[in-house]
Design a protein around this ligand. Structure first.
Ligand SMILES: Cc1cc2nc3c(=O)[nH]c(=O)nc-3n(C[C@H](O)[C@H](O)[C@H](O)COP(=O)(O)OP(=O)(O)OC[C@H]3O[C@@H](n4cnc5c(N)ncnc54)[C@H](O)[C@@H]3O)c2cc1C
Ligand code: SF4
Ligand code: SF4
Length: 370
């Protein structure tokens, strides 16, 4: 893998408007900071290699290397990545109904993982007003305060970096696909630090088509609703085509055509809709607002899901074939759009330090032909 330092990261990602604000480069050193949805590079750093660059999911990402590390298989460009099983899921009967985004699968799994000792802390993303605020949660009851989707980029992984520096181990993380890619790169110990221990014990990935620019979204909503009263924001799956804002006793709808201009450019380069590098991935289920789609990808993910189901923290069923086909179609479309954008702008392969992605011609062709 090609690795460089902070100056290159600032030039190739932040100044090039490719930063998704994931937080992976923040709180490793004093140079990078997150402020209201933006990543700032405060002072030049002279190191030629850094974890900041190596963790960033927007530069020199070697999908094949990550796939071989996590799944012992080459990256083959399948729309959903590697998976063991795909389900319809929701929080189980042991849990009181909480305000979940959809079926509560993410919160149920994190609650169970903390309660059973599978993880010793969870990196979750709550909010203050509209601003997403990540936090380390060590008590199971703390999970409920962080449920619900915040549809803007969040510096979640800065909190993971801080937790690791403070000596926390066996962490759970809830991550968007770009964040899950960064976490996978952290787990690969790219700078070969010694001693090294994988800081995670469970990575739950969220599906993501795009996340909004926090500052633009805040400005958009501030003109239309009282921000302090917002209870929940939702983007129901197609054919709805609206963003819903829930206020006490009222729901406001905004057409997605008005919302799309608030999506940052970086999401257009993204190939991953379903968090392919997580242990399990969770999204909504079309036409069923109270249920989730659950993709189980790794052995440790499978073990936690199986045990959560056995102890009635989670309810799962097989996914109907037509739902899976549609999911593959949507994820394949995102892959094709992302790879075309990378190709058009010279960000697929090329000179060391300049590429977003490295992929073989064979896999690139397979994605474009799918
Ligand atoms: C930016 C974004 C875009 C999404 N796009 C899609 C999509 O296109 N298709 C789809 O099927 N699903 C999408 N989702 C996922 C969906 O909104 C639900 O999060 C998912 O279905 C889980 O539902 P749940 O009821 O299990 O979640 P809950 O039990 O309510 O838990 C939600 C979890 O998400 C975490 N979280 C919230 N916001 C963020 C954030 N910004 N960054 C990191 N973690 C966060 C919280 O820590 C919490 O643990 C998106 C989510 C986000 C945050
Ligand atoms: S690691 Fe994340 S926050 Fe840092 S530059 Fe890359 S995308 Fe932006
Ligand atoms: S679309 Fe991709 S880059 Fe944008 S927030 Fe989602 S996972 Fe990150």
């Amino acid at each position: 893998m090609n690795n460089f330092g902070a100056n290159k990261l600032a030039e190739r990602v932040i100044q090039a408007e490719l930063c998704s604000g994931c937080g992976a480069c923040i709180d490793l050193c004093p140079y990078f900071r997150s402020y209201r949805g933006k990543t700032a590079y405060l002072f030049p750093c002279t190191r030629e290699e850094g974890r900041c660059f190596a963790y960033c999911p927007k530069v020199e990402v070697d999908l094949d290397g990550i796939s071989r590390f996590l799944f012992a298989k080459p990256y083959d460009g399948h729309p959903l990545g590697n998976w063991r099983s795909i389900h319809v899921a929701r929080a189980g009967t042991r849990l009181k109904r909480q305000p979940f985004q959809s079926g509560g699968t993410v919160s149920a799994l994190m609650y169970f993982a903390l309660r059973s000792g599978c993880i010793r802390g969870a990196i979750l993303t709550g909010r203050k007003g509209l601003l997403p605020v990540p936090q380390l949660v060590t008590r199971p009851a703390g999970v409920w305060r962080h449920s619900l989707s915040k549809y803007t980029a969040a510096p979640t992984l800065a909190t993971l970096n801080r937790a690791v520096t403070a000596g926390h181990e066996a962490l759970g993380v809830v991550a968007t696909p770009c964040q899950a890619t960064a976490v996978a790169q952290m787990r690969m110990n790219p700078l070969q630090k010694s001693p090294f221990q994988d800081p995670t014990a469970l990575v739950i990935g969220l599906f993501c088509t795009w996340a909004l620019d926090f500052r633009k979204f805040e400005a958009f909503l501030a003109e239309r609703v009282p921000l302090q009263d917002i209870v929940k924001v939702d983007i129901p799956p197609p054919p709805a085509s609206v963003l819903e804002v829930y206020l006490p006793g009222e729901k406001r709808e905004f057409p997605l055509n008005e919302i799309r201009p608030l999506v940052p450019d970086t999401c257009g380069y993204c190939l991953d809709m379903t968090s392919e590098f997580a242990d399990v991935s969770v999204g909504v289920l079309e036409g069923q607002p109270d249920l989730n789609t659950l993709i189980v990808r790794t052995q440790r993910g499978e073990e936690i899901v199986r045990e959560a189901q056995r102890q009635e923290y989670l309810i799962i069923e097989d996914m109907p074939g037509e739902n899976r086909e549609h999911l593959e179609w949507a994820a394949g479309n995102k892959k094709q759009r992302g790879i075309r954008r990378c190709m058009e702008t010279g960000r697929l392969n090329g000179e060391a330090g300049t590429a977003c992605l490295r992929l073989t011609a064979e896999v690139t062709d397979r994605i474009l032909e799918n």
